[in-house]
Design a protein around this ligand. Structure first.
Ligand code: HEM
Length: 156
């Protein structure tokens, strides 16, 4: 059962991190190279409209499976050693993962709606500003995600 939960945890992480990698390293630079602001902003909006629900599901799955793994493995460690301590890397993953979720909630609940409102009123400078904010927050989450993965694999 733990193996299945861990697999689901990995699948959700791959969807979220892989999507951000593609967006930041391929899609956005290509759009900047080939398109001017109104079309570029429309493309990014159409992409986010499809990608953000995927992130929402991934984040919920990561939290549910992560909490399950943490508590199950914590109990197993306690039974085996008599001590209730987990590797520091797990706690780092918990904190960094929660931070990523808060940042995504801010993107989805504040910055992205601001972008959509600006697009509806054809306010390209404001839409561009909101898009730049989404980008910055996404870079932050991408960095935190790799730190969380490095922590869980390397910090004992
Ligand atoms: C509330 C958030 C989270 C909690 C409580 C959590 C908890 C855990 C736990 C307990 C493990 C197992 C560690 C082990 O067996 O040594 C794990 C593994 C892992 N987690 Fe998380 N996690 C969370 C969020 C995330 C996020 C946001 C990502 C992606 C960026 C992620 C990616 C991974 C990966 C790649 C592994 C390694 C799986 C393996 O070793 O096979 N986790 N996590």
């Amino acid at each position: 059962m733990t193996d299945l939960v861990k697999l689901l945890h990995l699948v959700a992480a791959i969807f979220w991190m892989g999507g951000m990698a593609f967006m930041l390293m391929a899609l956005r630079p290509a759009a900047i190279a080939l398109m001017q602001p109104p079309e570029r902003l429309m493309l990014m909006g159409a992409v986010w409209k499809r990608f953000f629900p995927v992130v929402l599901v991934s984040a919920i799955a990561l939290f549910a499976t992560g909490a399950n793994l943490y508590t199950t493995l914590f109990r197993a460690i306690k039974e085996a050693t008599g001590q209730g301590s987990v590797p520091l890397g797990w706690n780092l993953m918990l904190v960094l993962g929660l931070l990523m979720m808060v940042i995504f909630a801010y993107i989805y609940g504040v910055t992205y709606p601001k972008f959509k409102r600006a697009m509806t009123s054809l306010d390209w400078p404001l839409a561009g500003q909101a898009a730049a904010q989404v980008h910055l927050l996404m870079v932050t989450n991408f960095t935190l995600g790799w730190l969380a993965i490095a922590a869980v694999r390397l910090v004992r």
